[in-house]
Design a protein around this ligand. Structure first.
Ligand SMILES: NC(=O)C1=CN([C@@H]2O[C@H](COP(=O)(O)OP(=O)(O)OC[C@H]3O[C@@H](n4cnc5c(N)ncnc54)[C@H](O)[C@@H]3O)[C@@H](O)[C@H]2O)C=CC1
Ligand SMILES: N[C@@H](CC=O)C(=O)O
Ligand code: NA
Length: 434
């Protein structure tokens, strides 16, 4: 029989055997023959490592060599590529990455936290060694958005890239909206489904989405990764009433990461936004993610798919392994590190758009006039306003949608109201996606 394989097997060491690691083993076993045809060789896990050797992971690990010292994998001649699925921006994942890349060992990771903080250094090491640093799973899970941006959209000037980048938050927001269930209960469910980070505050506080946006922005604009420049707000303070008011006004709430490059610099922000029902992001539900990129020749690209969970994430990891087997890889961030440019951070105050403001206020005369005076004096024009009677024990809810205006005026409005004893708690501010 003719041997259809071009190469000897690609020998993989898998470090981290949790949700994603388990998924990678299952996928490689299930689709072994197909993957071998596509990769030009069998892709075989030969060595594994994780924190606890004796834990039952629901997959048969007996065919693989257990390795206690994961860093020893970097210099082993019988390993062709190391896959890191531990997580964490620093610590053992970063040490392993540095060992591997310094030793010239191709490296595949799903670790967006590590890339957002150390991506440039790691890309420099990969470049120096002329080896692969691949990370498709790190952004939007199974969606091939890294490939899409690095390769498919490479000829375009990108004006804006944005999307739903966290499956856990999207699952929470959409389940709360559809089933009226509470935040904590739905978060627990997302954890059980394998969507959440080891520390779920990274999800709900928007940090995970900010890690992913940092990577996307670099790919879109050819800029150095700059996690510190991402203004980040999570979904912790979105209440059921916001979801209901947004719906009444014709919107859905989504955690959106957005990066835009303009004359005044690079604007990067993750925050809950009101998305009009006629925008495709309003229909991205559950653990789905979506990324929109606007290119000067291609127009609007819309990538959608599962952003979290074992299967979709494993799909992206294994796609990277197939690229390694094919010897198809290039610069990690789409150009040599020296070609990436640093970028000023744009002033968010100068951004123009519509805004949703929600106040909880005392039920007494003059409160609406006080809010209206603050908006008037700050130069904010009101498009619509809703007042709801007593909202549980928290007073009265007032929701406002403004006309398009500069964000600095919204800040000014809030500053004018700060300290007012008419307000209960902190007002909620969400910008409206255009
Ligand atoms: N779960 C998901 O849907 C997605 C996860 N990711 C990323 O994939 C990576 C892995 O995520 P999960 O599989 O969900 O995590 P997990 O918590 O289920 O698994 C982590 C694995 O790493 C091992 N590990 C942790 N600390 C270790 C240490 N100090 N030394 C050795 N092994 C250690 C654990 O024993 C476990 O086997 C993370 O970087 C995560 O951000 C990326 C996309 C989606
Ligand atoms: N915790 C992340 C997992 C994928 O990156 C998410 O919920 O999106
Ligand atoms: Na991806």
């Amino acid at each position: 029989m003719t041997n259809l394989h071009r190469h000897a097997p690609l020998r993989v060491a898998l470090v981290g055997l949790g949700t994603v690691g388990g998924g990678v083993i299952r996928l490689l076993n299930t689709n072994a023959a197909l993957i071998a045809r596509r990769a030009g060789c069998p892709v075989q896990v030969v060595a594994i490592s994780a924190r606890d050797r004796n834990k039952d992971r629901g997959v048969d690990l007996s065919p693989y060599e257990w390795v206690d010292d994961m860093n020893s994998l970097a210099t082993r001649d019988d390993i062709d590529v190391v896959v890191e699925l531990i997580g964490g921006s620093d610590g053992p994942a970063l040490t392993l990455a540095r060992h591997c890349l310094n030793a010239g060992k191709p490296f595949v990771t799903a670790n967006k936290a590590m890339l957002a903080h150390h991506g440039l250094d790691l890309a420099r090491l990969a470049e120096k060694g002329g080896i692969a640093l691949k990370y498709e799973a790190a952004v939007a899970g199974g969606i091939p958005v890294i490939k899409g941006m690095r390769e498919g959209a490479a000829a375009n000037e990108i004006s804006r890239v944005y999307g739903i980048l966290n499956g856990t938050c999207n699952y929470i927001l959409t389940t709360m909206e559809k089933e009226g269930r509470g935040f904590d209960e739905v978060l627990k469910e997302a954890q059980e489904l394998g969507y959440a980070e080891a520390d779920p505050s990274f999800d709900i506080d928007g940090v995970d989405a900010a890690h992913k946006l940092t990577i996307l922005a670099s790919l879109a604009f050819g800029t150095e990764l700059d996690f510190a420049a991402v203004a980040t707000t999570g979904i912790r303070h979105v209440i059921a009433a916001d979801i209901a008011e947004a719906a009444a006004l014709g919107f859905r709430i989504r955690l959106v990461g957005m990066a835009q490059n303009g004359a005044d610099g690079l604007f990067q922000r993750v925050h809950p936004m009101l998305v009009p029902l006629d925008h495709p992001l309003a229909h991205v539900d559950g653990s789905l993610n979506a990324v929109v990129a606007e290119g000067n020749f291609v127009g609007r690209l819309f990538f959608q798919g599962r952003g979290a969970g074992d299967g979709p994430t494993a799909s992206a990891v294994v796609a990277d392994l197939i690229d390694v087997a094919r010897d198809e890889y290039g610069d990690a961030f789409a150009m040599p590190v020296a070609a990436l440019t640093p970028q000023n951070t744009a002033d968010a105050g100068a951004r123009v758009g519509r805004t949703y403001l929600r106040f909880m206020v005392q039920d007494r005369p003059g409160v609406l006039a006080e809010i209206a005076a603050a908006t008037r004096d700050a130069g904010v024009s009101i498009e619509s306003m809703i007042q709801r009677g007593a909202h549980q024990d928290d007073g009265v809810l007032v929701a406002i949608v403004t006309h398009a205006g500069e964000e600095r005026c919204i800040r000014d409005t809030l500053d004018r109201l700060a300290g007012s004893d008419s307000l209960i708690g902190t007002p909620m501010v969400m910008h409206i996606l255009d």
